[in-house]
Each structure stands twice: as structure tokens, then as C-alpha cells.
Design a protein around this ligand. Structure first.
Ligand code: A2P
Length: 271
């Protein structure tokens, strides 16, 4: 998987193995950032309703000189929407803001509204998922998934709904490897996407990671992104600087099993 250009979702849809993340990229910078990413070979762009940049992300995709089907576009249902009917309205809003005919992957952004982190919204997630299944079955979305879901959050969907999520997008980086969630997702053929692969930048000065990056003749960012691929997760690096956008995609090397052991043993820098 790690050396291939795509992951294949359980419904057969192919998803480019590095995505360009747009979290925290403001709407007025999103057009230039996404255009730079497309210009430098990214074919997978990740946004969300709550990033408030869908309009400019969509415009960059529409105006770039590539057929729509050559670009994989992910967006996410706002985390606070846990009501069946509201999902359809939200989908139309997202699609209209992006101004595209279809979305390649749509995710439930989180199992709870952000201001109620950890609260039990199991029934709301089931309702939202049933609505997502309907949109998927109607062909409006090519694949559906979840984000920030735990094993029990996913299990509730498996027990009460028909379609196994194709993706779970989670925070994943050197030091935060979420082993048991990864095993669970693998068992159910759910592709794990790694957001914040640089620990939102906090990994960049880590002495041990720096030392290993030097050994491979790569930057810390490249090592951190490669680490995600080696763990069979799909990294979503993001940057507003073109030189870094280019750098983050140049990860065509492998990390030895011994060095992976060292990286796996590193403590979470964000704890
Ligand atoms: P910038 O947009 O100024 O380049 P994460 O993906 O883990 O959330 O990390 C994102 C942060 O890391 C952003 O602050 C981004 O800043 C920075 N960043 C992204 N790529 C690189 C890179 N190759 N080298 C250094 N910093 C980077």
C-alpha cells in the first residue's frame, strides 16, 4: 500500500494516497493554496463545511485545467448536525458552496458537536449515517465515511445501519498512533486518513525525529508524512507555502522496520 499512488476503498473507489488538507486555511487563502497543490501534482483535496473555505476550494478545483473526475474531493458534514432531515439540507449547502456536481467523499465530521466533545450522540450519528447512506445510494456522493470516530462510535453504525464507513479520518502522527483503532478499522476495511501528520507543526523540532530525518536525508515533515504511509494511513498534510506543498509530496522513500520501531516508541508531543 505504502508505495502505491492510491488506496482502494471497500466499494472499489480509488483515493489518491496523499491528500491536501485545508483545515485552518482561511477562505481568502484557500484558492491560492489549492491551486498550488493541484499545480504540484496533488489530486486529492480535503475540506469541510466548518472550515468555511468550501467556496474558494471549489473555485480552485473548477478553474484548474483538469477534468473534475481527475480530482478527488472530500468534504464533511458539520459536527453539530445529528438530525436525518438536516443532513440533506447541509449536503445541498455544501455542494452549492463548492459548486460541484458531486462530492467524492463525505464524512460525518465528529461523533459529537465540537462544543460537547465526548457527549453521547449515538442515536444522532445513526440518523445522520442513514441520511448519508441515502445520498450515497442516490449517487450524489461516491463514498461516505466518518471522522474522529472511536471504535464504539463506528460499532454503533455497524450494528444499526447498512453501509460500513469507507473512511475514518483521525488525528494521527508520530507519537499518536492509535493502534487499537487502526486494527479495528483494518478489520472492517475502513481506510484511516491521518490529519495533522505533523502534529500541527509541533513535531518539527523533535530531536529524535530530526536525527532520523537527517539519516534519511529528508526533512522532518517528509519523515512524518512517510511514517503515516508506512502505517498504512493516508496523510493529509497542509501548508500555505508552495515550497512546503511540494516538499510534503516528495516522500518516495521507505523507513526501515528498526527505525519504525523507534518512531512508534516516541511519546505524543501534544500531551
Ligand atoms: P504553513 O502553512 O505556514 O506551511 P499539520 O498538517 O500537522 O496540521 O501541520 C500544519 C502546520 O505545519 C502548519 O502550521 C504549516 O504551516 C506547517 N507545515 C506544513 N508543511 C510544512 C513543512 N514541510 N515544513 C515546515 N512546516 C510545515
Amino acid at each position: 500500500m505504502a508505495t502505491e499512488d492510491v488506496f482502494v476503498l471497500h466499494n472499489g473507489v480509488k483515493i489518491p494516497s496523499i491528500g491536501f488538507g485545508t483545515w485552518q486555511i482561511p477562505n481568502d487563502e484557500a484558492y491560492d493554496a489549492v491551486t498550488a497543490a493541484l499545480k504540484n501534482g496533488y489530486r486529492h483535496i480535503d475540506t469541510a463545511m466548518s472550515y468555511r473555505n468550501e467556496k474558494e476550494v471549489g473555485r480552485a478545483i473548477r478553474e484548474f485545467d483538469l477534468p473534475r473526475e481527475d480530482i478527488f474531493l472530500t468534504s464533511k458534514l458539520r459536527a453539530s448536525i445529528k438530525d436525518y432531515d438536516a443532513v440533506f439540507e447541509a449536503f445541498e449547502k455544501s455542494r452549492t458552496d463548492l459548486d460541484v456536481d458531486y462530492i467524492d467523499l463525505w464524512l460525518i465530521h465528529a461523533p459529537w458537536p465540537w462544543d460537547e466533545k465526548g457527549a453521547d450522540y449515538t442515536e444522532g450519528n445513526i440518523q445522520a449515517w442513514k441520511a448519508m447512506e441515502k445520498l450515497y445510494n442516490e449517487g450524489k456522493i461516491r463514498s461516505i465515511g466518518v471522522s474522529n470516530f472511536s471504535e464504539s462510535d463506528i460499532q454503533a453504525l455497524l450494528d444499526n445501519c447498512n453501509i460500513v464507513p469507507m473512511v475514518n479520518q483521525i488525528p494521527f502522527y508520530i507519537g499518536r498512533d492509535q493502534e487499537s483503532l487502526l486494527d479495528f478499522c483494518e478489520k472492517h476495511n475502513i481506510v484511516v486518513e491521518a490529519y495533522s501528520p505533523l502534529a500541527t507543526g509541533e513535531l518539527l523540532d523533535h530531536p529524535e525525529v530530526k536525527k532520523l530525518a537527517e539519516k534519511y536525508g529528508v526533512t522532518v515533515a517528509q519523515l512524518a508524512i512517510r511514517y503515516c504511509l508506512e502505517r498504512n494511513t493516508l496523510p493529509l498534510p497542509k501548508s500555505t507555502h508552495e515550497s512546503r506543498i511540494i516538499e510534503n509530496k516528495q516522500v518516495d522513500f521507505t523507513i526501515s522496520p528498526e527505525d519504525m520501531d523507534k518512531l512508534n516508541a516516541i511519546e505524543d508531543v501534544r500531551k
